[in-house]
Design a protein around this ligand. Structure first.
Ligand code: PMP
Length: 321
């Protein structure tokens, strides 16, 4: 991987992996003819790197699992990228280290139809490419406890656009829901699926505590196989000894359950305290959410030795302007 570093008015400019090499982000540009720009024919990942000051390293959470999901997306969208999951992990650590971050970051890989061909409504016989950027990233959601609304937009069904992958085009659905919710003064939208059952947030999986059990929709309900979702399902069982269920959740159960929280790489684990102007439980972050949140934060910042295998450490290189 060749490297270069550009200066931006004396400030260090971040680098991107683009068209097979590392270049300053300002040089990583696509043509207006690019297929993915017109049709959303890409798959991407959102990965967090969490800065641990004491260890002087960024801990990247479940890096390989993110690339495994990206590669599954590439299979469905016929995106040929010449890298294995291991190579993608290595390229990511190299770029994070090169960019020299000493703060929490977001890592965004994107595999996309790079062919400069429009009026071409298919996936075959179109070139693909892979690009990767890393940017500083703090809180994603506007609040530590969320006031949500049920979206008037239904979550895309798997028979319309595959819901087990993060395809770029499908995010118009998430963006419409988030826009509606935030313009109406809420923090986040909860989307129902085509059956009218709870599906997920615009960029998060949803969990409820109902009758003392932790419940989340099935993947068959059109929810994304979230990496945080899977992490929380494991932790609730192994660390809290909770019973967990993956099943359909009716809309009325959302109003009547003890707790609701959302999970996602960007959102971490965030309690929902109000839905459609009704308090959830006693209207405060619930005990299960708080216990899981504490466990989760220690793990993703590399502070829990039992789960260090989920973290990949990247040590920032000394960066000169
Ligand atoms: N659902 C949607 C629609 C998302 O965009 C995300 C974020 N990737 C999630 C759920 C949570 O997935 P993860 O925990 O892998 O970030």
């Amino acid at each position: 991987m060749s490297t270069s570093q550009a200066s931006n008015n004396g400030k260090k400019e971040l680098n991107a992996f683009f068209k097979g090499k590392v270049v300053p982000i300002s040089e990583a540009k696509v043509s207006v003819m690019t297929h993915a720009l017109h049709y959303g024919t890409g798959v991407f990942e959102g990965i967090r790197g969490n800065w641990n000051e004491e260890k002087g390293a960024i801990f990247i959470f479940r890096l390989r699992e993110h690339y495994e999901r990206l590669i599954r997306g590439c299979r469905i969208l016929l995106l040929d990228i010449p890298y294995t999951a291991d190579q993608l992990c290595k390229m990511t650590v190299d770029l994070v280290e090169l960019n020299g971050h000493k703060e929490d970051i977001y890592i965004r890989p994107l595999a996309y139809k790079s062919a400069e061909k429009v009026a071409n409504l298919k996936l075959q016989d179109l070139e693909s490419d892979f690009t990767l950027i890393t940017v500083p990233f703090g809180n994603y959601l506007s609040s530590d406890t969320l006031r949500c609304c049920t979206s008037s937009w239904r979550r895309t069904d798997d028979t319309m656009i595959p819901t087990r992958i993060k395809s770029s085009g499908n995010y118009v659905n998430s963006i419409l829901a988030k826009t509606e919710a935030t313009l109406a003064g809420f923090d986040e939208a909860i989307l129902l699926n085509h059956l009218g059952q709870a599906c997920e947030g615009s960029g998060e999986n949803i969990f409820i505590v109902s009758g003392g059990k932790l419940v989340t929709p099935r993947l068959e309900d059109s929810s994304l196989p979230g990496i945080t979702r899977e992490t929380i399902l494991q932790l609730a069982q192994s660390e809290l000894g909770m019973e967990v269920e993956e099943r359909g959740i009716d809309r009325s159960e959302l109003y009547l359950c003890e707790e609701i929280f959302l999970t996602g790489t960007a959102a971490h684990l965030t309690p929902v305290v109000e839905l459609d102007s009704r308090p959830i439980g006693d209207g405060q972050a619930g005990p299960v959410a708080l216990k899981l949140q504490k466990l989760y934060f220690d793990i993703v910042f590399g502070r829990n030795p039992k789960f260090l295998h989920w973290c990949t450490a990247a040590v920032p290189r000394l960066v000169t302007a």
